[in-house]
Design a protein around this ligand. Structure first.
Ligand SMILES: Cc1cc2nc3c(=O)[nH]c(=O)nc-3n(C[C@H](O)[C@H](O)[C@H](O)COP(=O)(O)OP(=O)(O)OC[C@H]3O[C@@H](n4cnc5c(N)ncnc54)[C@H](O)[C@@H]3O)c2cc1C
Length: 392
């Protein structure tokens, strides 16, 4: 154990916090804001320079939009010029279905995430970008976090929240078992293109499903095209991302998009499902860092925000007085609330990977579109009649 200066000195030098939140995506920014609004001192760090883009389809479900409203963040997000969503076109395996999808919006992650971070700053959060965090030990009523930017700094907090997203997380280096069987998992990729013309109309999520994965195309602010994909690693290895995306679009009979092989793609590590832990002494994981499920129509950001608001009351108690049972409390709270919501997406992801079942589902919806209503309600949270959304 390293010898630390006294508590007063650490507070003065900015090395002692009630909570350090690692990762300024939706989960991190929202939990940081909630905790700062409750009067705690919060340090939020991210290894990237903000505003930053992030691999994502850029779609917020109706349920997510409603959550933002409950947090008082809807006005700020609505000002970003995102597009109102009203339709999902789902194509693949020789079928194309078109389903009403009211209530969501499409927006680039650089604009959305920067707005959420700004709202956290306005609540009193201190934010450091270009700052890579590594988890330190828990001792003497604190957990330490090592921050690396231009210099190395060790800070102490009553609580650390891991909101570091999918892979390369706070404990990645120290716990390699978290990436077991990585090769069998799909890789996420996305890019934003300037793409004029009337193909890929605004307000519609175009979702192509095929053998090697799926591709979502949507217009975001400035009428740019956000193209996101979850692809089998072998397909990427064989053809490269741009060609693999074109292949999935073409196989599902969607219009070709010029320039996909020359655009700069962003990628994720293999998208794993469950982490090995959700909580440790003075440490909680939220958002994608607490488990990842392939999203379809804009659920991932909603789950991240939901896990942040779910954790906030427990985090406040933990900051005040840590009790070892709190780790188990978070595991059961998080599993109870989110596992149910994510089960439908897992089921849908599984079904779409099996051509026989996927064809059956799409054929049934194609011949009886009314069957698509329950699916949209479960995943997206909005009813076609516009009734209030709930977590399933
Ligand atoms: C292909 C694809 C398409 C998707 N499409 C959608 C969609 O349309 N709609 C939707 O709702 N969801 C979608 N998702 C899911 C969504 O992107 C995630 O669920 C969401 O971003 C999770 O938010 P988060 O805050 O947990 O993590 P992130 O948004 O990933 O934020 C984590 C942050 O932590 C930072 N970080 C990581 N490690 C460290 C470290 N050691 N030190 C400091 N900072 C660190 C990262 O830089 C990052 O900014 C998609 C995902 C993929 C892969």
């Amino acid at each position: 154990m390293i010898g630390f200066p006294g508590k007063d000195e650490r507070q003065r030098s900015g090395c002692l916090w009630d909570v350090v939140v690692v990762g300024a995506g939706p989960a991190g920014a929202v939990v940081a804001r909630e905790l700062a609004l409750a009067g705690t001192t919060v340090l939020l760090v991210d290894r990237r320079r903000f505003p930053r883009n992030k691999v994502c389809g850029g779609c917020l479900s109706a349920r997510t939009v409603e959550q933002l409203g409950q947090l008082g963040l809807d006005k700020a997000v609505n000002q970003l010029g995102g597009k109102a969503l009203h339709r999902l076109k789902l194509g693949g395996w020789g079928h194309l279905v078109s389903l009403p999808l009211p209530g969501g919006i499409s927006i680039s992650r650089s604009a959305l995430d920067a707005t959420l971070v700004n709202s956290a700053l306005a609540a009193g959060v201190e934010f450091r970008s270009l700052c890579h965090a590594e988890m330190g030990e828990a001792y003497d009523g604190f957990r330490s976090v090592i921050l690396r930017s231009r210099t190395k700094l060790e800070v102490m907090a009553s609580l650390v929240i891991d909101a570091s997203g999918l892979g390369d997380s706070l404990v990645f280096d120290s716990e390699p078992e978290r990436v077991d069987s990585a090769n069998s998992h799909r890789i996420g990729c996305s890019a934003i293109l300037d793409h004029s013309g009337d193909r890929y109309e605004s307000g519609t999520i175009h979702m192509a499903i095929g053998m090697g994965g799926y591709v979502g195309v949507v217009r975001v602010e400035g009428d740019r095209l956000n193209v996101a994909a979850a692809l089998d690693p072998d397909l990427i290895r064989l053809h490269g991302v741009g060609v693999a995306v074109s292949y999935v679009l073409d196989a599902a009979c969607f219009e070709p998009i010029q320039g996909l092989d020359s655009v700069p793609w962003k990628g994720t590590p293999p998208m794993m499902q469950e982490p090995k832990w959700l909580a440790k002494e003075r440490l909680f994981a939220i958002g994608d860092a607490s488990g990842y499920v392939e999203p379809f129509t804009g659920e991932g950001i909603g789950w991240a925000i939901h896990s942040a608001t779910l954790l906030a009351p427990l985090a406040l108690k933990a900051i005040k007085s840590w009790n070892p049972s709190m780790a188990a409390d978070w595991v059961s709270l998080r599993r109870g609330e989110l596992a149910r919501a994510q089960r439908d997406c897992r089921w849908f992801a599984w079904a779409l990977r099996h051509p026989f079942i996927a064809r059956g589902v799409l054929r049934s919806i194609e011949s009886m579109p009314v069957l698509g209503g329950p699916l949209v309600r479960r995943l997206h949270g909005s009813t076609v009649s516009g009734a209030k959304t709930t977590w399933p």
